[in-house]
Each structure stands twice: as structure tokens, then as C-alpha cells.
Design a protein around this ligand. Structure first.
Ligand code: APR
Length: 234
């Protein structure tokens, strides 16, 4: 029998049990920093040093974190299913847990790029663990200041089209730990084929278009994944 294609859309709640802050929960990152300052092109133009330091801090923090059980269960699911992960997270915890197909919608914390041509693949470089600290004056191959390879608010999301294509080929759609507040990522659910079972793992209520029948597993990512795997068994 052909393996089921399970498409998983993850957000910050996926990494919460690894100790990475979410954005919109109380105490989340956007309560501590102004989005406009650290996550927009305008913020970058105004104060590239502040933005550079902010992402240096996130990188340094990430080096101390480990994948949680939820990340590991998703990676193990590849033994029985074709799993495609589409993540809004910029951490590399899915990859470190062993997942092999991960599409990042909002960039990757351990990558840097040109501030002139951020989406030119020739400018994008992966930092080694000991290179987490980027400095003003560090240059991309095109000679411009290095910037984080992060999709900021107001910027295009180049991976949204491949992500929509993946969603349209789902046999099962699983959403974990995203408030679905940010578009275009939140709109991906519209590409899921009619009749495809949709599961949501999140301890809180998440608003999803009413016409979509969703099984809500009201638990954290790890416990929720255990329950999801039980439901998936034939
Ligand atoms: N397990 C599962 N879900 C959890 C857990 C947990 N342990 N803890 C919190 N959550 C849920 C919250 O209930 C919330 O629904 O995770 C969700 C986190 O939502 P947000 O903080 O809004 O994060 P996210 O949806 O990933 O944000 C999307 O917004 O700020 C931008 O670019 C940033 O990628 C990010 C995007």
C-alpha cells in the first residue's frame, strides 16, 4: 500500500517545549521587542546594528536548545509515512531531530544573506555553530552588509508557492503550534484537498475557517503528537 502523505504546518508552539519563546503568547517575543524594530526592512535600514545583535542573540540561544519529543516523533513518522514539513519557524530543530523534508517559509536563523539581493541563492550562506555572531562590516559575496536570512514583515515569501503545491498533495494535514495570524502562511490551509482530514495540535483555540472540519488535539506538541500517532494507526 502506498504510504500516506502527511503534510505538517508548524509554528512557534512546535518549539515551545524546546524552550524557544513563541511570539504572541504572554511573555512571547513580540511582548519583549517591537516588531517594527527587529522584523521589518524599515527597522533594518534604521538600525542595522540593533537588528544584527537581536538575531545574534537568537542564534546564541538556539545553540543551547534541543529538539523536543514532538520534533523527534515527526522525524520518526518518516518510517511509515511520506512526511513534508512546512515550518514558519526559523530554528533548525526539525532538521536536528532528523526530518528530511523541511521547507522554511520565514527563513532560517543560521543562514545569512546579502542586504542588497536577499533571495539570490548565490548570496545565502549557512553559518557554522561558532560563527553565530555576525558583525557590522561582515560582507556578502556581492559586497553588501550581511543580513539575517529571515523573511521580515512586508517582504515577499518566496517559498509560499512550493508550500501551496505541497499542501495540495496532502492525504492528511496536521497543524502544530501556530496561531495562524500571519499571512500568507495562514492561508495555506485553503490549498488542502477537500475531504483531506485536518488535525490541529495546540493547547489553545485557533481560528480556522468554519467550513473546514478539524480535529483539535488540545495538547502541547509532544503529548499531542503521541495522540495524533495513535489516531493515525489503521
Ligand atoms: N505545543 C503546541 N502549541 C503551543 C505550545 C505547545 N507547547 N505552546 C504554545 N502553543 C501555541 C499557542 O497556543 C499559539 O497558538 O503556539 C501558537 C504560537 O503562535 P504565535 O506565537 O503567533 O507563533 P506563530 O503562529 O508561529 O507565528 C507566525 O509570526 O511573528 C511572526 O514570523 C513570525 O513565524 C512567525 C509568525
Amino acid at each position: 500500500m502506498a504510504k500516506k502523505h502527511v503534510v505538517v504546518l508548524t509554528g512557534a508552539g512546535m518549539s515551545a517545549e524546546s524552550g524557544v519563546s513563541t511570539f504572541r503568547d504572554s511573555g512571547g517575543l513580540w511582548e519583549q521587542y517591537r516588531v517594527e524594530q527587529v522584523a521589518t526592512p524599515e527597522g533594518w535600514h534604521e538600525d542595522p546594528k540593533l537588528v544584527t545583535d537581536f538575531y545574534n542573540g537568537l542564534r546564541r540561544q538556539l545553540l543551547t536548545k534541543e529538539p523536543c519529543e514532538g520534533h523527534r516523533l515527526l522525524a520518526e513518522m518518516e518510517q511509515d509515512c511520506n512526511v513534508s514539513i512546512i515550518t514558519q519557524n526559523v530554528d533548525d530543530l526539525h532538521e536536528r531531530a532528523g526530518s528530511s523534508r523541511v521547507l522554511h517559509l520565514h527563513g532560517e536563523l543560521f543562514k545569512v544573506t546579502s542586504s542588497m539581493n536577499p533571495n539570490d541563492p548565490r548570496q545565502i550562506r549557512t553559518l557554522k555553530d561558532d560563527e553565530w555572531e555576525v558583525k557590522i562590516g561582515d560582507k556578502a559575496p556581492d559586497g553588501s552588509q550581511l543580513r539575517p536570512f529571515i523573511v521580515w514583515f512586508g517582504e515577499a515569501v518566496p517559498n509560499i508557492e512550493p508550500a501551496a503545491e505541497i499542501c495540495s498533495q496532502a492525504d492528511v494535514f496536521l497543524i502544530i503550534g501556530t496561531s495562524l495570524n500571519v499571512y500568507p502562511a495562514a492561508g495555506l490551509i485553503q490549498y488542502v484537498p477537500q475531504g483531506c482530514p485536518i488535525y490541529l495540535i495546540d493547547p489553545k483555540e485557533v481560528s480556522i475557517p468554519a467550513c473546514m472540519p478539524v480535529t483539535h488535539i488540545r495538547k502541547g506538541a509532544s503529548e499531542g503528537m503521541r495522540e495524533f500517532l495513535r489516531t493515525l494507526q489503521p
